[in-house]
Design a protein around this ligand. Structure first.
Ligand SMILES: [Zn+2]
Length: 424
């Protein structure tokens, strides 16, 4: 049963969210630009460390610069809750931040309420989840589980042309980060479960009037480029029936990408289109579009991609073109731990809060952690479904509700022997 003595301080959580949003705040437009490793990020990190210390947690910054606040009463393996505090360019104040500060308020509430954990509870702020600094998305969590190509990551550059290795060296001079090149920490044996509270970043909870989502799966992703090749030629002298127009091939391919996505029940987007050579009076000789396809079922993605490739081959034949499919990434769908889904659903029922199961269409640190540690995710509504923009907003009540669920889940998992089976 949930313990009614444990109370989240929603106003304090809201003040923390407002304070965190001042680091990297833009002068106009109300957005937050706080890429990992930036000045604003390091200031935010320093503030967060002070909040952890204030809450009586012992702080550790690991070699990948993940920030840990650990309540070290109780046994290992620990229960971990967290998310990230970096942002996209002109992002909002809730993506990631709510997961870290919500976990902090949950832990503060448990301490205020006199909870005596049988297990340790740790809070984590993973480094560079967004990949908006060096393009190393999910850097901290991937480093933590040992799935980062560290050499490649260190060589990547930011907008200023600085490599991550150089940035880490520079930062080390004026901070308390551990010396030496980062080494992948070997801490997995110390984790019993991972929980992440996050804003939905989509419209479903608000549309359905349900305040909480319990995530069942994080979608798999296929990224690819479809490149059509024809013959660049004069726009005025080439008859319409004698053209090998790669641009038309790509346009038809994009329409098929959408039609087939609807047929297969997956989500697919062509977000980048390039026509070459790119003159108003030149028939495009080359054209390509990017494909981002997502679904919770790997088989559905596979079937969709096969159908799209077949359709594009047919189009190429009809238009007198060649077509090539180049895969850029293939990330498997990740189910959340079944036992943790049940526990989160039970907590919602006990505090009279409606919740619904839902699939996350966005990637999160939880998907990196989940193959190694039983993981669960809670979503709260995003106003108008907007995220990665200054208008990103989740109400104080919804933020507090998320922290409350996290608090009760942490209380249960840290008391006695949690069973976190049902993991793939
Ligand atoms: Zn996020």
């Amino acid at each position: 049963m949930t313990n009614p003595v444990y109370r989240v301080d929603g106003e304090r959580l809201w003040r923390d969210l407002e304070k965190l949003a001042t680091f990297g705040a833009e002068e106009a437009g109300g957005g937050v630009t706080r890429p990992a490793w930036s000045r604003g990020y390091l200031d935010a990190e320093r503030w967060l460390v002070a909040q952890f210390e204030d809450a009586g947690l012992s702080v550790r910054i690991d070699a990948a610069r993940n920030v840990w606040g650990r309540w070290e009463e109780g046994k290992l393996p620990a229960i971990v809750a967290g998310s990230h505090i970096d942002s996209v360019p002109s992002g909002g104040a809730f993506d990631g931040c709510l997961g870290v500060l919500g976990a902090l308020e949950a832990v503060r509430a448990l301490r205020r309420g006199g909870h005596r954990p049988d297990r340790q509870i740790w809070i984590v702020a993973w480094t560079e989840e967004e990949g908006s600094a060096f393009g190393n998305a999910l850097f901290g969590s991937r480093a933590f589980v040992g799935e980062l190509d560290l050499e490649a990551a260190l060589e990547r550059t930011n907008a200023a042309g600085e490599t991550l290795a150089q940035a880490m060296g520079r930062i080390r001079h004026d901070s308390a980060a551990p010396p030496g090149l980062p080494r992948l920490p070997d801490g997995l044996g110390d984790l019993a479960a991972y929980l992440e509270l996050h804003v939905e970043q989509g419209p479903l909870l608000e549309r359905d009037g349900v305040p909480v989502g319990v995530v069942t799966d994080i979608v798999g992703l296929r990224g690819a480029r479809l490149r059509f090749t024809g013959q660049a030629n004069h726009a005025g002298t080439t008859p319409m029936d004698a053209r090998r127009d790669a641009g038309v091939g790509a346009a038809r391919g994009m329409v098929e990408a959408r039609r087939l996505a609807v047929d297969h029940g997956v989500r697919a987007t062509a977000g980048v289109v390039e026509l070459s050579p790119g003159g108003t009076n030149v028939i495009p000789g080359r054209a390509e579009f990017s494909l981002d396809a997502r679904d919770r079922e790997a088989a559905a993605l596979e079937a969709y991609v096969s159908a799209l490739r077949a359709a594009c081959s047919r189009i190429a034949e009809e238009e007198g073109l060649d077509v090539a499919y180049e895969q850029v990434y293939d990330i498997a769908p990740v189910p959340m731990d079944a036992e943790l889904q049940r526990l989160l659903t039970d907590v919602c029922a006990e505090i009279d809060t409606r919740c619904r199961p839902m699939v996350s269409g966005a990637g999160h640190d939880a998907m990196v952690v989940a193959p190694h540690v039983p993981a669960g995710m809670v979503f709260v509504p995003s106003r108008d479904g907007i995220s990665h923009a200054p208008q990103e907003f989740t109400s104080p009540q919804d933020c507090a509700k998320g922290a409350e669920i996290l608090m009760h889940a942490l209380a249960r998992l840290s008391a006695g022997k949690p069973k976190t089976g049902g993991h793939p």
